[in-house]
Ligand binder design. Structure first.
Ligand code: ADP
Ligand code: ASP
Ligand code: MG
Length: 409
């Protein structure tokens, strides 16, 4: 008898009909004699609707109250799925995150899971029940409801799979696996049969929202066998593995992009020790995350310094930088919040030279100006103007022949 954790995302539980479809699927697996834990998201659009309600009530609601509010969407779907299972004659029981004791830290709206007590779930499974758990939420040591950040149901599922030592964790969604890039942007994108944890982690952290970053971290750390599949059509999906793909020739596995970027530049900064700290210190103190950083070589004893932040933090970061500009007697501050980051990812990069130059040549041929570049062992990221996002992704997809990835490689 195997134990599976199945997670269904918002689109998969977006209507009564779809929840009934999920129930059929779960019942089928349960009837085969396997133990099934189901993790659900809220109905698609529900979490956004709840956030919009809060904003109507108060400009800046406390994060504690936000969590009480936005965790409700998942409570609706778990109850409905249990009812649908009962309707099919399948014994099932729904639980909120707090009820199954998904213990988190107290960082509201982006809490981290600290511990899961697996005993109660095991007991319910042993009674032959399907256990249906609300994703995206937990409880802190003081009994406050917490949430795990957008897309957090993926992490609930993987954390439960780790705690229960499940045989596999299946993430059922509206695509039939992890693709070479977001198929909404490049229809020629191909499904990957395998992707390594390392690559998936880069893809997720560089903007591919198919899996929440933390879920991939968790799966890697606890060696959870993780598979992304379609809720709507049969198939083996994409397995996320430790082993590198058999496709020796694949230099690049995928292209990720992030639309939520903004960049800021401070020019004419006196080039003295401690300048980077003076510029970025106030930004860090304001809890603003900085991604790429570029400092130019000093010219006439002054330097220019550019960095990127999340677009939501742009105005706050700009105001802080303008103050720093005055304090340091620098020349001026400029910014741009219509930029995006496009990245190519692949473990094949380690052993092949010339990937960066192919990337830059491809973008040059499309007349796309690169504003910033950053590299690591298995990725190259560029910042470009927002209007070039689709063009850049498609051109790179073709240049690295990702449209030729064999579907069953
Ligand atoms: P769910 O509601 O099931 O959690 P998400 O919307 O969070 O689903 O994630 C699935 C979406 O991720 C897909 O519809 C797709 O547009 C997007 N996506 C982005 N990058 C990729 C990729 N590389 N492969 C597959 N899907 C991707
Ligand atoms: N409902 C939450 C969200 O929309 C969590 C999830 O779907 O994973 O972000
Ligand atoms: Mg998701």
């Amino acid at each position: 008898m195997a134990l599976y954790v199945y997670k269904f995302g918002g689109t998969s539980v977006g209507s009564i009909e779809r929840i009934k479809g999920v129930a059929e699927k779960v019942k089928q697996a349960h009837d085969l004699g396997d133990q099934i834990v189901v993790v659900l998201s809220a109905m698609s659009g529900e979490t956004n609707r709840l956030i919009a309600l809060a904003k109507e009530m108060q400009v800046q609601p406390t994060e504690r109250e936000m969590d009480v509010l936005i965790s409700t969407g998942e409570q609706v779907t778990v109850a409905l799925l249990s009812m649908a299972l009962h309707q099919l004659g399948c014994d099932a029981c729904s639980y909120t995150g707090a009820q199954v004791k998904i213990l988190t830290d107290s960082v509201h709206t982006k809490a981290r899971i600290l511990h899961i007590d697996d005993a109660p779930i095991r007991a319910h499974l042993a009674e032959g029940k399907v256990v249906v758990v609300a994703g995206f939420q937990g409880v802190d040591e003081y009994g406050n409801i917490t949430t795990l950040g957008r897309g957090g149901s993926d992490t609930t599922a993987v954390a439960l799979a780790a705690a229960l030592k499940a045989d596999e964790c299946h993430i059922y969604t509206d695509v039939d696996g992890v693709y070479t890039t977001d198929p909404r942007v490049e229809p020629k994108a191909r499904r990957l049969n395998h992707i390594t944890f390392e690559e998936m982690l880069e893809m997720a952290s560089l903007g591919s929202k198919v899996l929440q970053i933390r879920s991939v971290e968790f799966a890697g750390k606890y060696n959870v066998a993780l598979r992304v599949l379609s809720s709507f059509k049969e198939g083996c999906g994409t397995l996320i593995t430790y082993e590198e793909s058999q496709m020796e020739s694949a230099l690049i596995s995928g292209i990720a992009f992030n639309r939520d970027e903004a960049k800021l530049t401070i020019t004419g900064v006196p080039d003295l020790p401690g300048v980077a700290f003076k510029i970025l210190g106030p930004i860090a103190d304001a809890n603003i995350e900085v991604d790429m950083i570029v400092q130019n070589i000093a010219d006439d004893a002054t330097t220019d310094f550019t960095f990127t932040v999340h677009r939501n933090d742009y105005l706050r970061a700009k105001a802080l930088l303008e103050q720093t500009c005055v304090d340091l007697s620098a020349r001026n501050v400029t910014g741009d919040d219509s930029i995006v980051k496009v990245s190519i990812v692949g473990v094949g990069m380690r052993s092949h030279a010339g990937i960066a130059s192919t990337m830059f040549k491809t973008l040059a041929e499309e007349n796309i100006n690169i504003r910033m570049i950053s590299t690591s062992e298995i990725k190259i990221s560029v910042v470009v103007d927002e209007k070039y996002l689709e063009l850049a992704v498609r051109a790179l997809h073709a240049a690295f022949e990702l449209d030729k990835v064999p579907a069953n490689a």
